[in-house]
Design a protein around this ligand. Structure first.
Ligand code: CDP
Length: 208
């Protein structure tokens, strides 16, 4: 069976956590597509050309431990607005989506551009304040000097760039199921997502 789950949503909405939970529950492989843009951004910060990097991205670029910083996040949303960068990364994501046994991909344009025919689409969101708080807790473990207001500003700036860009802007696919995680624990959000996927599997004749 090849079953594709597309999970999209704004920064720090819980996409990654939910996608990992879906992958574990259903035995699917998981790709965090944000990591691709972060890895390109990291090498651009180091002085390389974004398009050249996107065309020659290596698996070891995705394994770097410094991809989650505020600086890399910000740069990622700039390189992600470049059509040539995005085009260079499409093939890898689509190949991954069609891996045998089912796949879950999370990002901004999975349900709209990368896998418009995905078997199940979820759009995850939460209030700006909740998302900033979550990201602050994550970042402050590595950098105690980080401040919540700055994290909130960064998330809002990045969302505005991701929503406003001409190519593959962040928006829910028409047939995506919305999932508001503002008031949910990780366990509750994961359970909601699992039930959305479960319904899609049961209702999908293609999986028979
Ligand atoms: O973890 P968080 O939600 O903060 O970000 P991410 O998913 O790692 O993505 C980092 C940046 O990459 C986003 O702000 C987008 O600009 C870009 N991105 C994208 O354009 N398309 C995707 N499918 C995934 C990420």
């Amino acid at each position: 069976m090849n079953f594709i789950v597309a999970v999209d949503g704004p920064a720090a909405s819980g996409k990654g956590t939910i996608s990992r939970a879906i992958a574990a529950r259903f035995g699917f492989t998981h790709l965090d597509t944000g990591l691709l843009y972060r890895a390109v951004a990291r090498r651009v910060i180091d002085g390389e050309d974004p398009v050249v990097v996107a065309r020659t991205l290596r698996s070891r670029d995705l394994e770097r431990s410094d991809l989650r910083s505020v600086q890399v996040s910000r740069k990622a949303s700039h390189v992600a607005a470049d059509r040539r960068v995005r085009n260079a990364l499409v093939g890898f994501q689509r190949d991954f989506a069609h891996s045998r046994g089912g796949a879950v991909l999370d990002g901004r344009d999975i349900g709209t551009v990368i896998c418009p025919d995905a078997d199940c689409k979820i759009f995850v969101f939460a209030s700006d304040e909740v998302r900033a708080e979550r990201r602050y807790l994550e970042l402050s473990q590595r950098d105690p000097s980080i401040d919540l207001e700055r994290v909130l500003r960064d998330i809002r700036d990045r969302d505005a760039r991701d929503r406003g860009r001409a190519i593959a802007p962040l928006r829910p696919a028409e047939n995506a199921v919305p999932l508001d995680t503002s008031q949910l624990t990780i366990e509750e959000a994961s359970a909601c997502a699992a039930s959305i996927v479960d319904k899609a599997i049961r209702g999908d004749a293609r999986t028979a």
